[in-house]
Design a protein around this ligand. Structure first.
Ligand code: FES
Length: 498
């Protein structure tokens, strides 16, 4: 009998998204029971998955390096003590299994002896029955042992258990893996799970949660004191502990924008990079002790001193640690942008307030996702896509980035890198040659024609969710276009960040 594993673990083992596995289950090409699949069925669906090809690690590396940038790729081996504890746990299980196997072997030998004994006392007809029974037993035993022994995925699964631990959250049902030296909070945020937290530095106690089963270990200092009575019930801080074994944790997660508090944080400029003469990439970093809680797709108010401010969509996702990215366009008369392009320097303080906005991912769906970004509307779309990728649940993701001109597709390489790294990601850049901010004359009709061609080429996008962001003129045309196709408002989402 082959071992059963969860869909998340199965996706990791063969290096595909959970969405892809769910699609196979729906198609009937991958049997599943109670949300789990067997290693044999998984290997039958992915016969090329071998231990040596290390699919998962190379996939993660590719995504992290190309899509998120190397600064996020700070993965290390787990803490030595955590590693030792995991190996000890697996050794304990191995020893337990060995003992059971020895007992079963003894039992089998006794059974065979017993059958031989009975056979000797049988008449000719019963001897034939006994002989059939013995060959059936031998065949079944061989069949039960062989597949698992040969299945390379079982070996890789054990390796995965040493390198990472699986976490399930109750009551939300979210799950994620803790890799390297990450705390439970860091791992949750990387996986796009909006766990409840405050300071992220062990001071406020807002990340306190109850460990229902499994073992956690403190790897970061915390000043917050958990009362002994709560400790005895299994409470621990998610920002200070990592998972040693697979764990189940009772912890609240943000269900929507209403669960994210208003925050004011003094962030520092890490860099200002000119992507084109008129578009800059602003990289801010929040202090270690107060990272920003937000949902992908939301915006922030940025203040420079008392007089300059701007509301900008965040172009990074909550999975990107303390880093906050913004795409800023130089516009005539925009003093904030003028200051940013001409005077803002590394380490200068930018006060941030928020987050605002409800342009967020509808996480509960496994439908295909289609993102349409117009010009700098790519910023919130990028945040949503990174979040969708960290959730690893979408069956397929399509990105259409429609720019007024070549310069308006200022990070085209990011879209290409996503398409290279992920099998289920498709990227189409389109240059219109006219200004998407004004859509003068008959431009709205021309834009509708472009959208119509997109849908004709890929009619399946109308079966999924559509996210649109960009200047109001273009976003409104796109939103109306998709609604006119009969898509319900609950599947077309639009934002006009300017
Ligand atoms: S987030 Fe403040 S103590 Fe963990």
């Amino acid at each position: 009998m082959s071992q059963s594993i969860t869909l998340s673990r199965a996706a990791r083992l063969v290096g595909v998204t959970r969405g892809e596995l769910q699609k196979k289950i729906r198609d009937g090409t991958l049997p599943s029971f109670d949300g789990s699949v067997t290693l044999d069925d998984l290997l039958a669906s992915y016969p090329d998955a071998q231990l040596e090809d290390n699919t998962e690690y190379s996939r993660v590396t590719r995504i992290k390096e190309r899509a998120f940038g190397k600064r996020v790729f700070e993965r290390a081996m787990p803490d030595v003590e955590v590693l030792a504890a995991r190996i000890t746990e697996i050794s304990r299980e191995l020893s337990h299994s060995r003992t059971r196997t020895t007992h079963f072997n003894i039992l089998l030998e006794r059974l065979r002896g017993k059958l031989d004994e009975i056979e000797q006392q049988c008449n000719a007809e019963d001897k034939t029955i006994m002989s059939d029974l013995k060959s059936w037993l031998n065949k079944e035993i061989t069949a039960a042992i062989e597949p698992d022994y040969l299945n390379p995925l079982a070996v890789r699964d054990d390796l995965l258990r040493v390198m990472s631990a699986h976490v399930t959250l109750q009551p939300s049902g979210h799950d994620f893996f803790v890799d390297g030296n990450d705390t439970l909070l860091e791992a949750a945020l990387r996986a796009g799970v909006p766990l409840n937290y405050g300071c992220s530095g062990g001071n406020c106690g807002l990340c306190k949660a109850r460990v229902v089963s499994g073992q956690v270990k403190k790897i970061r200092h915390h000043d917050y004191v958990i009362p002994d009575a709560e400790k005895a019930q299994g409470y621990a801080l998610m920002c200070s502990n990592t998972a040693v074994t697979d764990v189940e944790i009772e912890a609240p997660v943000a269900g929507g924008v209403q669960d994210i508090p208003f925050q004011q944080i003094a962030a520092k400029v890490k860099s200002v990079e000119l992507l084109t003469p008129d578009i800059a990439l602003l990289h801010l970093q929040t202090p270690r002790t107060s990272r920003l809680r937000f949902l992908a797709g939301q915006s922030l108010t940025l203040r420079l001193g008392d007089s300059l401010s701007a509301e900008l969509p965040i172009a990074s996702c909550p999975c990107d640690d303390r880093n906050l990215l913004f795409h800023v366009r130089r516009m005539p008369g925009n003093l904030f942008a003028d200051y940013l392009f001409n005077r803002l320097r590394k380490n200068e303080t930018v006060d941030i307030e928020g987050p605002q906005g409800e342009f967020i991912l509808q996480e509960k769906t496994a439908r295909p996702l289609c993102f349409i970004a117009f010009d700098t509307g790519f910023a919130p779309i990028k945040s949503l896509i990174e979040h969708a990728m960290s959730l690893d649940a979408a069956e397929a993701i399509r990105l259409y980035w429609i720019g007024s001109d070549e310069d308006s597709l200022y990070l085209r390489n990011v879209g290409r890198a996503w398409a290279d790294a992920l099998d289920n990601f498709h990227f189409t850049p389109i240059v219109t040659g006219y200004n998407l901010r004004t859509l003068a004359d008959k431009r709205a009709e021309v834009l509708q024609g472009t959208l119509r061609t997109i849908v004709e080429d890929n009619p399946q996008i109308t079966a999924g969710d559509i996210y649109i962001a960009g200047p109001e003129a273009a976003s409104t045309v796109a939103e109306q276009f998709f609604l006119s196709l009969g898509l319900p408002k609950t599947r077309v989402f639009s934002s006009n960040p300017g």
